[in-house]
Design a protein around this ligand. Structure first.
Ligand SMILES: Cc1ncc(COP(=O)(O)O)c(C=O)c1O
Length: 375
């Protein structure tokens, strides 16, 4: 956590900027660590939400081991800071293998994901030397994104192919089901956690019955991992990521309390427009992200701290137009230059837009985290 001539108070910061409440982050991390310690399941946190060493150290409880990343840039960044046992959490393409070879040299364990035959052929064509490529089969249990469908015959075929391939170690199954993001109750999320776990365990059974070994079986998304159905104790690992920050989307799903949300965007009022019943902020979609606007939430995508009367009605690149949910806006209640604090809908999407995060305890800014960028 570095800071050159730090402002000491949030009110001194230039806006827009991303604020990270360190006390909430620590609480979110230790709660998740404790939950999976009690369940006897390894927690392999995903780094995509924050992409920082400081956040990773809190999520791994200082071990610097067992993480998932969403880009090779993240993998290289964490490996260069001594992180080991890293899964690149997207199907790898042959064009990336030269970077992956270097990551293998740097780490004792670096794992790839695959969901098709061609990737295994590409790994066979690109041997590592004295090591084998370590691979997870990505299985789709409902997200309809990447991964081989959990109930298809290709699951066993791909496991067979990877197990028998030259230069390849088949380690196990990885799945992430984003369908939990469409749920809106604790009970529904718990049911999904149970169904997902049963599905993924049935995939393992089929592979094992066909005579192949599955060492690791993991699933994870912040909603399911936050409610953690007891069936999840049968997994070997889970890999949620968003829980470090949470956000208003997670709050709506029921993954967290509102008080657990550890990130806010600080914005300043730059214009009063009583004739259009609006004030304007210096934060548009670059600072806040568009994520969630497609949900057409009745109160808008942004939640304003201490100002439940406000609604974000429109965003352009660097402007956020704000009105009141009903009646006439009293512009004098939001003086020009005053700060407003916005809880984001999707912390990962909002954080990805910020070059640095201002870390605070109470109103004191105590440091700056610098996320890795790019792919
Ligand atoms: C492959 C993969 N694993 C794990 C996660 C973590 O899930 P969450 O963001 O719900 O914590 C994600 C999130 O997008 C993901 O894409």
């Amino acid at each position: 956590m570095t800071m050159n001539h730090p402002p000491t108070h949030i009110s001194d910061l230039q806006t827009p900027c991303l604020l990270v409440d360190i006390d909430k982050v620590k609480r979110n991390c230790s709660r998740m660590t404790q939950r999976y310690k009690e369940l006897g399941v390894e927690l392999r946190p995903h780094m995509k939400t924050h992409k920082t060493i400081e956040g990773a150290d809190l999520m791994t409880n200082g071990t610097r081991k067992k993480i998932v990343v969403s880009t090779l840039a993240e993998a290289e960044f964490f490996a260069s800071h001594g992180y080991d046992d890293i899964i690149y959490g997207k199907p790898v393409s042959e064009s990336q293998l030269s970077r992956c070879k270097k990551l293998h040299e740097k780490c004792t364990q670096f794992h790839l994901m695959f969901d098709n035959e061609e990737t295994i052929s590409a790994l066979e064509r690109n041997p590592l030397g004295n090591k084998a490529w370590s691979v997870f089969l990505e299985v789709d249990i409902g997200g309809n994104r990447t991964g081989v469908l959990w109930d298809s015959d290709r699951v066993v075929e791909l496991a067979r192919l990877a197990t028998n391939a030259k230069n390849v170690d088949f380690l196990g199954i990885y799945t992430h089901n984003p369908m939990s993001y469409s749920l809106t109750s604790d009970k529904a999320v718990r049911n999904q956690a149970e169904t997902d776990t049963k599905r993924i365990l049935s995939v393992c059974d089929r592979i094992r019955q066909a005579g192949f070994q599955v060492v690791t079986v993991g699933l994870g998304d912040t909603p399911c991992c936050s409610v953690s159905d007891v069936t999840m104790a049968k997994l070997t690992e889970v890999h949620p990521g968003n829980y470090i920050f949470y956000d208003t989307q997670q709050y709506r799903i029921g993954s967290c309390e509102f008080d657990d949300i550890a990130v806010r965007v600080a914005a300043r009022v730059i214009s009063h427009r009583p004739e259009t019943n609006q004030i304007v902020l210096d934060s548009g979609f670059v600072a806040l992200s568009h994520d969630g606007t497609y949900c057409n939430l009745p109160d808008g995508v942004a939640v304003f701290q201490d100002h439940s009367e406000l609604k974000l009605v429109n965003m352009s690149q660097e402007h956020g137009c704000v009105s009141v949910k009903s009646g006439k806006i009293d512009c004098t209640a939001y003086p020009l230059g005053s700060m407003l604090f916005i809880y984001p809908y999707h912390a990962c999407a909002t954080a990805a837009n910020h070059p640095v995060y201002y870390v605070h305890s109470g109103d004191s800014v105590i440091g700056v985290w610098k996320p890795v960028k790019g792919w």
